[in-house]
Design a protein around this ligand. Structure first.
Ligand SMILES: Cc1cc2nc3c(=O)[nH]c(=O)nc-3n(C[C@H](O)[C@H](O)[C@H](O)COP(=O)(O)OP(=O)(O)OC[C@H]3O[C@@H](n4cnc5c(N)ncnc54)[C@H](O)[C@@H]3O)c2cc1C
Length: 486
């Protein structure tokens, strides 16, 4: 990196000298004007230029106000909103600690990039509505002076959810909620389905819901890189290392019911440096647990869930890695460009991938079928036995498909109710969660980052009330049930 930067700097110097001697004083005026314009633009946009030399990837600072564990889409979104909502530029020192800068196992890059409003919980619908607006205006939010605009490759195709007779009433009431929240969703009968999508076999379908705007899919990697570039330009520090320990102080108290509680506050985060046995301590005021599928483990490092069973101290963060397969197939006779993101009555789903009759899809396994999450190997039999048969029944053209490639990734799976966990831990008072979205975290990241930043900076949710996603619900046994988890 320094070599590249040096070469680049040298090149710029030579070019400047060349122009200077050829064109004389008028070029200097021109350069002066350009640099003034750039300064003006920089003063208007939040964040400055993205200077790769500021990448502090080697060592963390000794002190940061907020340490974010995990540099995936959720961690970066929290970082972005903390800087964007800070009252004064440079007011908060934010450090993102990411153990794998290639993101080889992170959920974000391995996801299928879908965004929809077809949820049953108002909170999930609102989160996705906020996020879709963010995505549509991505170059207003994430512009960086001197860098090219982002191309998210947003495909504005609706989701098409199919329901059997059994699920039709629930689908109808979900659509009612979606419309109340402002989403444009229509219900379709089997006849209407056949008319609009003649390649669908409607056997066993009683009702369908179809998103008419603000749904589709995009390139997750582009969002991740765009956020990373932007937050670095805004002054967020990065460190390549693994958080392995928290040092905290404790206060003991007793509740009115006589339960003894220990309140903890984290003072120091230990970061194990890459390829080293050494760790670096970082003093901090707030920790954000955005470690995705591994956030349950990170919570445990802070003592969460290590108390006696049945007590608040004994309640774990119920988020763990669950392996999900994605298959890409080619089918020359398959449905065309108008193909929506289809989820079948069986739970199998697919969407178009590019323009060349390629498709991407999969299916979440049942509890009994859950594969071993110890590696990311793909089970090709799962496609043959569990995905292909229902899809070929639904879209007869798929009988002749050929699988081209496949991959596996981890859902940040919340085993309690498959919904996000947002906000502070009741006992480890300065650890905040932004995790557990179980298959819809990518699309909700822009809004969740904002919600967490609001809590940290202003002490309460301002834009979307996510109180029902707080950790306390695990203690009270109150599930927030989302019926549309794919
Ligand atoms: C196959 C598949 C399809 C999906 N499809 C969709 C979809 O269509 N739409 C949608 O919205 N969502 C989808 N998702 C879910 C979505 O990808 C996730 O919810 C989201 O990416 C989670 O983001 P994250 O930042 O929390 O996690 P990640 O991207 O996994 O980032 C967490 C990071 O934390 C780091 N980390 C962990 N522990 C430590 C530590 N101790 N120290 C330092 N760093 C640490 C990890 O290295 C990782 O990079 C899908 C997921 C999968 C697997």
């Amino acid at each position: 990196m320094p070599l590249r930067a040096l070469r680049f700097g040298l090149c710029q110097g030579l070019l400047a000298r060349w122009f200077g001697t050829r064109r004389g004083a008028s070029t200097l005026d021109w350069h002066g004007k350009i640099s003034e314009m750039k300064k003006k633009i920089q003063s208007i946009l939040p964040g400055g230029t993205w200077d790769q030399l500021n990448d502090t990837g080697h060592l963390p600072p000794e002190q940061a106000d907020v340490v974010i564990v995990g540099g995936g889409v959720l961690g970066l979104s929290v970082a972005y909103w903390l800087k964007r909502l800070e009252k004064q530029r440079g007011a908060i020192r934010v450090l993102v600690v990411e153990r794998d800068h290639t993101y080889s196992q992170a959920s974000t890059g391995l996801s299928v990039g879908g965004i929809r409003q077809q949820f049953s919980l108002p909170e999930n619908i609102q989160l996705s509505l906020f996020s879709v607006n963010f995505l549509r205006n991505i170059n207003e939010y994430l512009a960086v002076v001197d860098d090219p605009p982002l191309d998210l490759q947003f495909n504005p195709s609706g989701y098409l959810l199919l329901s059997s007779e059994k699920g039709a009433a629930v689908m109808e009431s979900n659509v009612k909620v979606q419309r109340e929240e402002g989403a444009k969703i229509c219900l379709m009968s089997p006849e209407q389905l056949r008319y609009k999508f003649p390649w669908i076999n409607t056997e066993g379908v009683a009702l369908a819901s179809y998103g008419m705007e603000n749904e589709g899919w995009f390139d997750p990697w582009c969002l991740l890189q765009g956020l990373r570039r932007k937050v670095q330009a805004m002054g967020v520090l990065f460190c390549h290392g693994e958080v392995t320990r928290f040092v905290s102080s404790s206060d003991h108290m007793e509740t009115a019911g006589g339960e003894k509680l220990t309140l903890k506050r984290i003072h120091e985060v230990h970061v194990k440096m890459d390829h080293s046995l050494e760790y670096q301590p970082v003093e901090c005021a707030v920790v954000i647990n955005a470690a995705g599928a591994w956030s349950g483990q990170v919570a445990e490092l802070a003592g969460i869930g290590t108390g006696p069973p049945g007590t608040l101290q004994g309640i774990k963060l119920p988020v763990e890695p669950r392996k999900r397969y994605v298959y890409i197939w080619h089918c020359p006779q398959g449905p065309g460009l108008e193909t929506p993101f289809v989820t079948d009555t069986s739970g199998a789903y697919f969407r178009r991938e590019g323009l060349g009759n390629n498709y991407l899809g999969g299916r979440s396994p049942s509890e009994e079928e859950e594969p071993d999450s110890g590696n990311l190997d793909v089970d090709h039999d799962f496609f043959q036995e569990k995905v292909w048969p229902p899809l070929a029944q639904r879209v007869p053209a798929f009988e002749t498909l050929k699988v081209r490639r496949a991959w596996a990734g981890y859902y940040d799976y919340n085993t309690f109710d498959q919904n996000g966990v947002v906000g502070p831990h009741p006992l480890v008072v300065n650890m905040y969660f932004a995790t557990g979205f179980s298959g819809h975290g990518l699309q909700q990241a822009p809004a969740v980052g904002r919600a967490v930043a609001e809590l940290v900076l202003q002490g309460r949710f301002q834009t979307i009330d996510l109180s029902s996603f707080l950790f306390n619900r695990f203690y009270w046994g109150e599930k927030v049930q989302e019926s549309n988890v794919i």
